[in-house]
Design a protein around this ligand. Structure first.
Ligand SMILES: Nc1ncnc2c1ncn2[C@@H]1O[C@H](COP(=O)(O)OP(=O)(O)O)[C@@H](O)[C@H]1O
Ligand SMILES: O=P(O)(O)OC[C@H]1O[C@](O)(COP(=O)(O)O)[C@@H](O)[C@@H]1O
Ligand SMILES: [Mg+2]
Length: 522
């Protein structure tokens, strides 16, 4: 029987996933019992799947069921009953149908006398992929087998559960914001605090300046309440401050123990989530009843499996303002060229989306698509053509683009991220040089709005991710994100296998190319 090595998915690098648990997995698959690690050697077939290397025999008539079982096991959410099987569930204290608190109706007294139907059932699922590709050649196709067979993949629906695993009066919740700034951090802090209070939690604190706040003795925790956070969403930044680098995971967990924190909400990007998962694993190892929940924060939008992360919409909107300025400058000058650099360490989502929606960009350069600056097909030759044809041009470049053209800085930030050379400055300089050399006038203006973009407050369309329900439901080591417009919970390792990238074969990138009209620069 021929075995075809192809696409997909398996990761089980979270030790807690291997712990015994007392809850049933997806029931519709439970009648089949295949070895759990059947798919451990499957290799990637399509681009941009969240996959590790494995192999699968597509001649096996049961491969699809086995795939789905493996998927279900990978996306199973770690739960505190994995370690404390005897933890009794209690009726939820969360209710949206509130009356003016009188006696027993006060949240925290678990005595809601009205029937409440707003809960999420633990077996509710959200469909992860929604396109049935009929051919691997379809734009953006993500296929598991060579025929692009339709395989349903379900992830866990987020939201309040009827039964909870923490008594609100026994909870000490902490919030920490890590990494770089992002619009919407204060909105999320505010929403978490307000939701915790609705459950009846009284002890809520903020850890100042990211993970550093766990170890730096000069930094004291900030008491949080609805009163404190009421208006914080009206300003950008983070009420708590942010930082990169910081203490070891073991020191962070020591600090959690000392402070008596048993719910930790960690707002950050892929680095922060790697930290959150390590904290979760360390808590499991020490047998601590702690729920660690990640909230994806990054303007780069580089977290896997989610429609988008909060702050991204705002970043795109702000980026368009910078593009518009570059356009006006370029358009108003004789042979004007505007260059705008936007953030995006490994992913060009902001540059792509802002270029597309502004309609004012002629050349969009992102890390995922290689390009030459010089040569007959290079960007500079195309700029010359644009000046001849329309008199001006606008270039939008993501910070991680074209790094192969720059000298390696060999520098890393406190979190271990590579510090890039400035591609925007390089393009500006090379453009000036090029037009000087060919004796053509060009007025080059360079705009770098990056810190202005991420410091602004979130716009109305950046939804707030509510995470508190996941912690009360007893989950830990999970992240919350929008999946096909519905909120879902994901085990952290699945969303940080690698940075989410723009697929150069996706409709979105194709639309961007249509909008800019740019050729291939290779
Ligand atoms: N692999 C990792 N394990 C544990 N902590 C990490 C890891 N990577 C990053 N961190 C920590 O997470 C925090 C934020 O990481 P960083 O990469 O700067 O930002 P982001 O979370 O936005 O990607 C830093 O305090 C850093 O020390
Ligand atoms: O100058 P800083 O603070 O290190 O931040 C720069 C980085 O921040 C980002 O905007 C977001 O990165 P994070 O998601 O890691 O915070 C990147 O695009 C950029 O490389
Ligand atoms: Mg990051």
């Amino acid at each position: 029987m021929a075995s075809i090595s192809h696409a997909f998915t398996t990761t089980n690098n979270n030790p807690s996933l291997n712990l015994p648990h007392n809850r049933s997995s997806l029931l519709r698959l439970s009648s089949h019992s295949f070895p759990r690690r059947f798919f451990n050697n499957v290799r990637i077939f399509a681009q941009h799947t969240n996959s590790t290397s494995t192999s699968i025999d597509f001649n096996d008539p049961d491969w699809k069921i086995k795939f789905q079982q493996d998927f279900e096991s990978r996306f199973r959410l770690p739960h505190i009953t994995d370690i404390f099987p005897d933890t009794p569930p209690i009726p939820s204290t969360f209710c949206l149908k509130m009356r003016t608190p009188i006696g027993k109706d006060i949240p925290g007294h678990y005595s809601l006398d009205e029937e409440w139907h707003g809960y999420i059932n633990n077996n509710d699922r959200v469909l992860l992929k929604t396109i049935n590709y009929s051919s691997p050649k379809s734009a953006g196709a993500e296929c598991i087998d060579p025929n692009c067979t339709w395989v349903e993949q379900w992830v866990h629906r987020a939201g309040p559960r009827e039964k909870i695993y923490y008594k609100p009066e026994e909870v000490k919740a902490a919030i920490v914001t890590c990494g770089g700034l992002c619009p919407g951090l204060n909105d999320v802090i505010r929403q978490i605090v307000i939701t915790l209070e609705i459950y009846g939690v009284k002890k809520i604190v903020g850890i100042p300046f990211g993970y550093r706040g766990f170890s730096d003795k000069e930094l004291t925790e900030v008491p949080l309440s609805r009163k404190v956070v009421q208006n914080i969403h009206l300003s950008g930044g983070s009420l708590l401050g942010v930082s990169r680098g910081g203490p070891s995971v073991s020191d962070i967990v020591d600090s959690l123990e000392e402070r008596g924190i048993n719910m930790l909400f960690v707002l950050g990007g892929n680095g922060t989530h790697a930290g959150a998962n390590a904290i979760h694993n360390e808590c499991c190892k020490r047998r601590l009843k702690v729920s660690v929940i990640g909230v994806p924060k990054t303007i780069d939008n580089d977290i896997l499996l989610m429609d988008k992360t909060f702050g991204f919409d705002t970043a795109v909107e702000e980026a368009q303002r910078a593009i518009n300025s570059a356009y006006i400058e370029a358009h108003s000058a004789y042979h004007g060229i505007g260059v705008v650099k936007l953030m995006g360490r490994s992913s060009g989502f902001i540059a792509m989306q802002a270029s597309l929606s502004s309609g004012q960009v002629d050349v969009c350069l992102i890390p995922e698509v290689p390009f030459n600056l010089h040569g007959p097909h290079g960007v500079l030759r195309h700029l010359q053509y644009l000046l001849e044809m329309k008199g001006s041009a606008v270039v939008c470049v993501a910070e991680g683009a074209g790094q192969n053209l720059l000298q390696n800085t060999n520098a890393k930030d406190a979190s271990g991220n590579i510090v890039f050379g400035d591609i925007g400055v390089y393009i500006q300089q090379e453009t000036k040089k090029y037009f000087k050399e060919i004796g053509v006038h060009a007025d080059v203006k360079y705009i770098d709005p990056t810190y202005m973009i991420r410091a602004c407050r979130a716009n109305a369309s950046d939804g707030i991710l509510c995470t508190v329900h996941g912690a009360f439901a007893g989950y830990s080591g999970i992240s919350v994100g929008l999946c096909n417009t519905h909120y879902a919970y994901f085990p952290i390792p699945e969303v940080i296998l690698h940075p989410r990238l723009v697929d150069p074969n996706s409709r979105m990138w194709h639309r961007c190319l249509t909008s800019t009209g740019q050729p291939d620069f290779i």
